[in-house]
Design a protein around this ligand. Structure first.
Ligand code: UTP
Length: 224
């Protein structure tokens, strides 16, 4: 059975306007897919994490503590998603090594340690579990030539090389709550481990399903 790692943004799972109907549909899709694949899912923190980080920053907390606030929220989100699916773990692992050992068809986790986002956790899991594909589900249609939430003329890219991404964004972690399409430490692992990575809009469940199934999808393929 193939292994798939899915990193799902908090902005997809729990945006400002939380939609339980969407969550139910997502859960149903994952339950269907886990008959074909071993699924590891990493949940992001999204706007709720950024609110905590924003308050902590105003209170003068250091970066590590801000990251820890973010990690805590990603784990709450993991707990929510895992409880929606009967065949998933109910105790959320705090490292990728722990996650790898869990034998339920679906394994859900959040963040691990400060200094990166959950994309890096997903890339690390994909490397450790020798996953066939790493899918990053975000709230836009893949990777753009500039931020589509800021620029109306941003162009969606069907494909981009890992070297170009590293040239554009680097391999370093910038700061807690940073909202970039894929964080630098994740890009580093994707390149070094040669992980087949797709970026797709997780709100469009039809496209997400296609990406997981390795069928043509509207999003971005990262060329290795
Ligand atoms: P996310 O992975 O959610 O980052 O982690 P994000 O870029 O905001 O992604 P979306 O919006 O969910 O798509 C939230 C914050 O938690 C900390 C970081 O500060 C990150 O910005 N974090 C998360 C860690 O320090 N380590 C982790 O393993 C995960």
């Amino acid at each position: 059975m193939e292994t798939i790692v899915l990193s799902i943004g908090g902005s997809v799972l729990l945006p400002e306007d939380i939609n339980p109907y969407f969550l139910k549909k997502l859960g149903d899709l994952l339950l269907k897919l886990c008959k074909k694949y071993k699924l590891f899912i990493v949940t992001g923190g999204g706007p709720i994490a950024r609110r905590y980080i924003g308050v902590g920053r105003k209170l003068g907390f250091n970066e590590e503590t801000l990251d820890e606030l973010g990690i805590a929220i990603t784990r709450v989100n993991a707990k929510l998603l895992s409880n929606m699916m009967s065949c998933s773990n109910k105790i959320i692992p705090s490292t990728t090594d722990e996650a790898k050992k869990i034998d339920t068809p679906i394994v859900v986790m959040g963040g691990t340690t400060p200094g990166h986002s959950t994309d890096m956790v997903g890339a690390e899991l994909a490397e450790k579990t020798q996953a066939t594909r790493f899918i990053i589900a975000t709230n836009v249609d893949g990777i753009y030539d500039k931020d589509p939430n800021k620029y109306s003329d941003a162009r969606q890219l069907g494909e981009i090389s890992i070297d170009q991404l590293i040239q554009n964004y680097g391999t370093q972690w910038s700061s807690a709550g940073e909202n970039i399409v894929i964080d630098g430490p994740a890009l580093d692992i994707i390149k070094k481990a040669g992980i087949k990575t797709f970026v797709v809009n997780g709100k469009k469940l039809g496209q997400l399903e296609k990406a997981i199934n390795n069928q043509p999808f509207y999003g971005t393929k990262i060329r290795l």
